[in-house]
Design a protein around this ligand. Structure first.
Ligand SMILES: C[S@@+](CC[C@H](N)C(=O)[O-])C[C@H]1O[C@@H](n2cnc3c(N)ncnc32)[C@H](O)[C@@H]1O
Length: 274
């Protein structure tokens, strides 16, 4: 089966699939483990000192809203996403939290931003780089629109490492591969980031690494598994029956206390040269 990363084509998806993505992104964005990873690199960027922040591939606005809610942050945020539908959801969610006036959400392609040079104090790509056709084009755009001396934050999964324990290890490996094909375009891109950042003309300041592993019972991974069950058939990576059987098995393992699920995540904080 030839599969397609659904997150790369969010401007072409049906409402049902976009609804699955919206639910998934919002569940993930509320989880303490995810918020912890986000908080560490935002601190590393000194985000509270930024007067203007750009969040590319903002989806439903999880990062933009998190930054806007920070007690020490007084600036303005621009969020850009490929999907007009996710941008509409981001508007709605920010408004419902009373922070709509501090975030400007717009549809656009992060590989060619319609934004002026050196327009932002800080720029963020949070689980975007793994989804685009041209990661280097995104990094070059971020390096262009951030001010000299400004901070760049890149966070993503090292999705080549995503794995779930199953009764039959060979079938489990095949489903791990199907998940990677359905939800990601560049599963190894975070391993390439040290040289990609240098090639984009920015200096690495710090990096953070995580194994988001759950053993026994699933918590963070539960909504993820529920989304994979729906997204794999939409992406052409597995049949509905295969995806449903896999989800029932791994969630059943969680119910019985024998779940295993893991993926590595990395953040990079870099600074544009002055
Ligand atoms: C995994 S989601 C992450 C959303 C959000 N940053 C978060 O962490 O909740 C990836 C997002 O990248 C967006 N995206 C994919 N390709 C894009 C592109 N070329 N330009 C802008 N956004 C893009 C998708 O629409 C999707 O919202």
């Amino acid at each position: 089966m030839t599969a397609v990363d659904v997150y790369r084509i969010t401007d072409q998806l049906d409402g049902d699939t976009l609804g699955v993505l919206e639910t998934r992104l919002e569940a993930r964005g509320r989880h303490p483990k995810f918020l912890h990873m986000m908080g560490e690199y935002l601190e590393g960027m000194g985000i509270d000192g930024a007067g203007s922040v750009l969040d590319v591939g903002c989806g439903t606005g999880v990062v933009a809203r998190t930054v806007a809610r920070r007690p020490g942050f007084r600036g303005r945020i621009t969020g850009i996403d490929l999907s007009p539908s996710l941008i509409a959801a981001a508007h709605r969610l920010a408004k419902s939290e009373g922070i709509g006036d501090r975030i400007d959400f717009r549809a656009g392609d992060s590989q060619s931003l319609k934004l002026a040079d050196a327009a932002f104090d800080a720029v963020i790509a949070h689980t975007l780089i793994s989804h685009v056709d041209h990661p280097q084009a995104v990094l070059e755009e971020l390096a262009r629109v951030v001010k000299p001396g400004g901070m760049i934050g890149i966070f993503d999964g090292d999705y080549a490492s995503i794995t779930f324990g199953t009764d039959d290890p060979e079938r489990g490996r095949a489903m791990d591969e199907a998940i990677i094909a359905a939800i990601v375009t560049n599963p190894r891109v975070m391993r390439e980031m040290p040289h990609r950042l240098r090639d984009a003309g920015v200096d690495l300041v710090s990096s953070y690494s995580y194994v988001l592993a759950e053993v026994g019972a699933a918590d963070f991974w539960k909504p993820g598994i529920q989304s994979f069950m729906k997204l794999l058939p939409k992406a052409g990576a597995a049949t509905e029956a295969e995806a449903a059987a896999w989800a029932a098995e791994v969630l059943g393992r969680s119910d019985r206390g024998v779940f295993f699920g893991a993926c590595n995540f990395y953040s990079y904080v870099a600074r544009r040269r002055t």
